[in-house]
Design a protein around this ligand. Structure first.
Ligand code: AMP
Length: 598
């Protein structure tokens, strides 16, 4: 099958040829004819890296009427990075499609520049939900002529708390529009969007539902927590051409692992929410250009990273939400290439492996952290390969040859080989000279997930004895927090603190208490006071006494909980993840997800 067979116009065929695409990918083959030839809604289950941008982008561009100066296509995606990338890719496809204008709108960039670009005559808008809503509010974006709406990475958008925004944006588009939804996984929430906004959609799956790309090797390595970093280093040393991402659960771990790698001489850097947008852009720029070999990132910060040629994804910890595993590992094996995903797992957490396997529909293969000998062997073979393949610049070295011969005269061929190899190689021999086996016996694995989760909550609870302070916060179950983990995730997100610094949590209907490490209470108070949750001021303060239960806590602290004037009707189920900050500035809204920790 060729691109021509799919029914694409000459302009677009010229563009895909210029981009070096030889034949359509599976999702393109399966989608483009339908998206061009029918007026039906569409659901595509496909991972990032499968070529889905072209799958929806080419048909969308082809159906734009450039005589008509109006927005006809809208593409919503979860992150700024992805938004920029889609717009760039779409512009390349539209290069020869005379006059099709594509404008990207996303947060963290000048809104007036974006308004100017829209006024310049946009045919297709690529936007993140938050900024799109902002621009609708400012009447800069009007969607009454939009005939195609793409929801890209729909599962990620919902994960990030954009459900209401998506609904609001879709409501602002005309009834005649078609919706094309793309998602790597199909959780119930995505299905709900499909049933609310689509009529009998065409469904196309690449790979199996919720699964990861077929060309990813999923592995796990059983090591004790204290040996994880060493195991990671061993894998990195074992794959000399590695270009990869290490995912960590918390910002603190992310920074720590990245700093350790840098100190140990690896070409690495960190990407997490404590960095400014400028810093994050700089790190991403380096990673895209492959100036850094290893990116250490949190799930949230790494969203929308679509960099080709990533060979390895490491899970320093498995994610809290198992679905994130699919997204993480999908960062490798893009554009038909293959990739390796390796989870470093402590025995106490090994119950989660089953959940991952269920999610991706595949078994994870147990692999051992390479031994010192394995690593030295790999590095040696790489050196020999380089020697075999190197292009000798005879002219360049000519002035030095006589001197080199003279200096090395006394060595035999064997001695020379040994010496040259040792120059490159002693570093590894020394590093792994005394390296023992850090692999844990698989018989120590746990079988159920409960063991793991109970373990961690026990540890968290036992932290209450050691946490020096307790704080009160006037949010609770009525704000939509169904469990302590959700509240913890919310607090960590909002205040930028690490989950490990919070101990026992008592979650009540309208308020909660938390044990916190020294200094953390002050940070919570300064970060959270002034924010609001559904128009109600959040209040955090130190608590003098330990609560005996909700009643006593309620009497003491509950009296003024409505002081912010908010209305808590309805249990707050839909309010999840939305707060606004009094200092968010520029009319921008502050959307955060609540469920994750970083
Ligand atoms: P996507 O899944 O849209 O993010 O695409 C992943 C990568 O594959 C991007 O770098 C695309 O430019 C590239 N790509 C998309 N379609 C093709 C194709 N048919 N042949 C080769 N590369 C492609």
């Amino acid at each position: 099958m060729t691109f021509k067979d799919l029914g694409l116009s000459e302009d677009l065929l010229k563009a895909v040829t210029a981009m070096g695409f030889e034949k359509p990918s599976e999702i393109q083959e399966k989608s483009i004819p339908d998206l061009l030839g029918t007026e039906k809604d569409y659901v595509g289950l496909a991972q990032t890296g499968t070529g889905k941008t072209a799958a929806f982008g080419l048909p969308m561009i082809q159906q734009i009427d450039t005589d008509y100066r109006a927005i006809q296509g809208l593409i919503l995606c979860p992150t700024r990075e992805l938004c920029i990338q889609i717009a760039k890719e779409m512009s390349a496809y539209a290069k020869y499609a005379d006059g099709v204008k594509i404008v990207a709108v996303y947060g963290g960039a000048s809104i007036s520049d974006q308004i100017r670009a829209i006024k310049g005559g946009a045919n297709i808008i690529v936007g993140t939900p938050g900024r799109t809503i902002d621009l609708i509010g400012r009447k800069a974006l009007k969607f009454e002529s939009v005939s195609k709406v793409v929801l890209d990475e729909a599962d990620e958008m919902l994960n990030m708390g954009f459900k209401e925004d998506i609904n609001e944006i879709l409501e602002s588009t005309p009834a005649f529009k078609r919706v094309w939804l793309f998602s790597a996984t199909m959780p119930r929430e995505v299905e709900r969007i499909a049933s609310n906004y689509m009529e009998d959609p065409i469904k196309v799956t690449v790979g199996t539902k919720n699964s990861s790309a077929a060309n990813i090797d999923h592995k796990f390595c059983l090591v004790n927590g204290r040996d994880k970093y060493f195991a990671l280093k061993r894998f990195i040393d074992h794959y000399p051409g590695l270009f990869g991402i290490v995912f960590c659960r918390t910002r603190r771990d992310t920074q720590e692992v990245a700093t350790k790698l840098m100190n140990d001489g690896y070409s690495a850097d960190a990407l997490h929410g404590d960095l400014s947008q400028g810093q994050r852009d700089a790190v991403m720029g380096k990673f895209r250009k492959k100036t850094i070999q290893i990116l250490v990132a949190t799930d949230v910060a790494a969203r929308g990273i679509d960099v080709d040629d990533i060979t390895h994804v490491f899970h320093y910890d498995l994610p809290d939400e198992i679905e994130s595993y699919t997204h993480r590992s999908g960062r490798t094996a893009r554009a038909g290439k293959s990739g390796i995903s390796i989870a470093l797992i402590a025995p106490a957490k090994s119950g989660k492996i089953k959940l991952v396997e269920k999610q991706i529909g595949k078994k994870l293969e147990l692999v051992k952290a390479p031994s010192g000998q394995d690593i030295c062997g790999m590095q040696l073979m790489k050196l020999i390969k380089n020697v075999n393949e190197v292009e000798v610049n005879e002219k360049g070295i000519a002035p030095f040859v006589a001197q080199i011969h003279e200096s090395l005269e006394g060595y035999s061929k064997e001695e020379l080989i040994e010496r040259f190899v040792s120059v490159e190689f002693n570093r590894f021999l020394k590093a792994y000279e005394k390296a023992g086996d850090i692999n844990v016996d698989p018989s120590k694995m746990r079988s159920g997930r409960d063991s793991d989760d109970r373990g961690s909550s026990r540890r968290r609870d036992s932290g209450s004895e050691t946490n020096v302070n307790r704080v009160f916060i006037n949010v609770g179950k009525m704000d939509g927090f169904e469990n302590k983990g959700q509240l913890l995730g919310f607090i960590c997100n909002q205040a930028g603190i690490d989950g490990g610094s919070v101990g026992k949590i008592d979650l009540f209907d309208s308020f909660s208490f938390m044990g916190v490490d020294e200094g953390v209470g002050e940070r919570l108070i300064s970060a959270m006071n002034g924010k609001n949750i559904e128009d109600r001021d959040i209040r955090v303060e130190f608590s003098q006494d330990k609560p005996q239960g909700e009643r006593s806590g309620g009497r003491r602290n509950g009296g003024d909980r409505r002081s912010g004037g908010g209305d808590r009707r309805g249990g707050g189920g839909d309010r999840r993840g939305r707060t606004s900050s009094s200092n968010s500035g520029g009319g921008g809204r502050n959307f955060r997800e609540r469920r994750r920790r970083n």
